[in-house]
Write a protein that binds this ligand. Structure first.
Ligand code: SF4
Length: 694
């Protein structure tokens, strides 16, 4: 038993891990956190939490934290600690030198979905108004950028349609490419309760996730499709709904473009989209597809929850639109219990996208080429904005290798470990003349950095996160920043040093600026957040306390838009050298690349990254439980231990990506979503062979 002592006071704040956004009371003694207690009034979690939020905050005081700025001339040199003034001065002078030598577009910035809305807003403002280009991107590029494209195209805005409470009104829960019990455990508990109370369940996933079969919960249909065939399966479900007359004609006529619906209906009704034809492509029995489609269309309120198993594909955006098509065709939009709900992986993916951190969009999902919108920003910011979209992360790396991109400011992301094709990322970083990493630890990307700026944890800052249900929640400072500068102050200092003035005294002033520039945030302020606890955007005159369910009277874009979603097989093909398909995911106790969870008490729960392989495939290769195996693809190879399991079908293997020693992304492919460049993490042709270990 550990005596943690009695707390003296507490501060309510928001978990910085996943997109559920659980509220916690940080109980303090002096300036030490003694424990995190799930906050019973938290609207997203109602007093519940998982092991990450409850216990995995100790990284704040971990000895690996870097607390002083550091610089070096070359990446082969040792780091040298310097003052904040010298570090910021170095960043500004190097970025100005690069722009002088190579042009305005030779530098850019990357912000993170781990950061607050206010921090992200400032980074994109620095890039657009301070750097004078639109080379700003976010780690949502590698997770939910297809959600941005797909839901904007079909519904008119990039956001989940429902609040979490909505699941209590759902009769049919559909989970596609998500593993809520590991990835979004507190919301998964509410989902499981609804399932135990009688709701039906359809799971579309190559792997038998826990929800498929667990005590008192069993999926009515599990569509264990071959990785990469989501669109074929969703089109086949649409085929059943259209050809059997199960669509909601009244809803479609009133709420959607009827002509587009008819074109789409003719497309999905084509025999090539029938379950019998699609079975040969995806491996799911036709009768299972038919049964799932009928249940979705006729089972009452049906809600789709999806994750990165939908987006991280070469047809990620197409898949999101195929999901939206199903919801519109069956009238499952615009009331509690239905909808299309992306489960956001990181705490602030929704917010990072809302804040305009994509190279083509200003805050509030307005395209940079819209002259009227740009004029509003230009007049408030006092700087001209470029009307051309900037470079995405993969384009920045390509341009660096080619020689036209030379400087990068990275706030809170480890692109070397988290982005695909590690060797290409390393080549891009190595080609740059000034890489600035702002983070808590010397991450893998920092191996290529010239300036390191120590960041602050969520316990050391004020601001807001926006969770998967569009809920803007307060992040409140529990202790002073250990590095002496909060992240928003660092960005502001760089802007000022580069000659673009920023003069905020507190993040609340940044949110006031967001509200002034972004119609869907017009009614948001820190004062209102203090009063209400949280606000779901849109929040404006029409909805001064926020909007739990969207598209009730009409879609944001007016009429809902049906898009023809032709299935196009990925270019990543299996063959004699690489006969298996690898897909990836995560476990409950770890978080993404593990930079934080591995440095906390959660280490007690730590499981190494393992390769799940079907016993049949393992036997063919002479592999037994626990053996070391070599996992090789066209882009690289790594070594890890094998777990034999029928969770994966023959021909499919699966691993997690939490540990830097494993570096699963060494093997992932170069292919990406056609619309957004979101990497195709979920489909890699691989070979697995016995190994002696690393
Ligand atoms: Fe809640 Fe997610 Fe944090 Fe767990 S990781 S406590 S589910 S926000």
């Amino acid at each position: 038993i550990i005596d943690i002592g009695q707390p003296e006071h507490s501060v309510v704040t928001t978990c910085a891990y996943c997109g559920v956004g659980c509220a916690f009371k940080a109980e303090m003694r002096g300036d030490e956190v003694v424990r995190m207690v799930p906050y019973k009034d938290g609207k997203a979690n109602r007093g519940h939490s998982c092991v990450k939020g409850r216990f995995a905050w100790g990284y704040t005081n971990h000895g690996d934290r870097i607390l002083n700025p550091m610089i070096r001339e070359r990446i082969s040199d040792p780091w040298r600690e310097v003052s904040w003034d010298e570090a910021i001065g170095r960043v500004a002078s190097e970025f100005k030198r690069i722009q002088g030598a190579y042009g305005r577009g030779a530098i850019g910035g990357i912000t993170s979905s781990r950061c607050t809305n206010e921090e992200t807003f400032l980074v994109q403002k620095l890039v657009r108004a301070g750097f004078g280009n639109n080379n700003v991107d976010t780690c949502a590029r590698v997770c939910h950028s297809p959600t941005g494209y797909g839901l904007k195209t079909t519904f008119g805005t990039s956001a989940g349609t429902q609040d979490f409470d909505s699941v209590e009104h759902t009769d049919v829960v559909v989970v596609i490419g998500a593993n809520p019990t590991d990835g979004h455990p507190v919301f998964a508990s509410r989902m499981k309760k609804r399932l135990r109370d009688g709701a039906k369940l359809i799971v579309v996933d190559p792997r038998r996730i826990d929800l498929v079969r667990m005590p008192h919960v069993e999926a009515d249909y599990h569509l264990a499709l071959k990785p990469g065939t989501n669109v074929a399966v969703l089109d086949a479900m649409a085929h059943v709904i259209v050809t059997e007359g199960l669509f909601d004609e009244a809803f479609v006529r009133e709420r959607c473009d009827w002509d587009e619906f008819q074109e789409w209906a003719a497309f999905v009704a084509d025999p090539r989209n029938s379950p019998e034809e699609v079975e040969t492509v995806c491996g799911v029995p036709a009768e299972t597809i038919r049964g799932a489609a009928r249940l979705y269309a006729t089972g009452g309120n049906a809600a789709i929850y999806y994750g990165l198993g939908v987006t991280e594909h070469s047809q990620g955006s197409t898949t999101v639109m195929a999901v939206a098509n199903l919801a519109m065709a069956t009238g499952n939009i615009g009331r509690p219990g239905v909808g299309v709900n992306p489960l956001r992986g990181q705490n602030n993916v929704q917010g990072a996208c809302d804040m305009g951190s994509f190279p083509h969009e200003l805050p509030g999902y307005r395209h940079i080429s819209e002259d009227a919108t740009r004029t509003i920003f230009e007049s408030l910011w006092g700087a001209p904005l470029d009307r051309e979209p900037g470079l995405r992360i993969p384009n920045m790396l390509d341009a660096a290798v080619e020689g036209s991109f030379r400087g990068l400011y990275i706030q809170g992301e480890d692109i070397l470990q988290s982005d695909p094709n590690t060797h290409h990322v390393a080549a891009g970083l190595a080609a740059m003349e000034c890489v600035v990493v702002q983070d808590l630890f010397l991450n893998e990307t920092a191996n290529y950095a010239h300036v390191f700026l120590p960041g602050s944890t969520f316990l050391e800052k004020d601001g807001t996160f926006t969770n998967a249900e569009r809920r803007i929640q307060p992040v409140r400072k529990v202790m002073e920043s250990r590095s002496g500068m909060e992240d928003w102050q660092i960005t502001m200092a760089i802007a000022n040093a580069m000659g673009f003035p920023m003069t905020y005294d507190h993040p609340s002033e940044i949110m006031d600026e967001v509200a002034a520039l972004t119609p869907s945030f017009a009614g948001v302020s820190f004062d209102k957040l203090d009063r209400l606890g949280s606000i779901q955007w849109p929040c404006d005159e029409a909805a001064p306390e926020g909007t739990p369910v969207m598209h009730i009277d009409g879609f944001v874009r007016g009429k809902g838009r049906f898009v023809i979603t032709e299935y196009i097989p990925t270019d990543e093909r299996t063959g004699p050298r690489f006969p298996l398909l690898l897909t990836t995911g995560r476990i409950l106790s770890q978080y993404n690349v593990g930079a934080q969870t591995r440095r906390t008490a959660n280490a007690a729960w730590h499981q190494e990254d393992r390769l799940e392989i079907h016993p049949h495939d393992a036997e063919q290769r002479g592999i037994v439980e626990g053996d070391w195996v070599k996992l090789a693809s066209r882009t690289g190879e790594t070594t890890l231990r094998a777990t034999l399991t029928e969770r994966v079908a023959p021909g499919v293997v699966y691993t997690t990506f939490h540990h830097p020693d494993t570096q699963a992304n060494v093997v992932t492919t170069e292919f990406s979503d056609w619309a957004t460049n979101c990497p195709e993490y979920k489909v890699t042709a691989v070979q697995v062979a016995p190994s002696n270990g690393p």
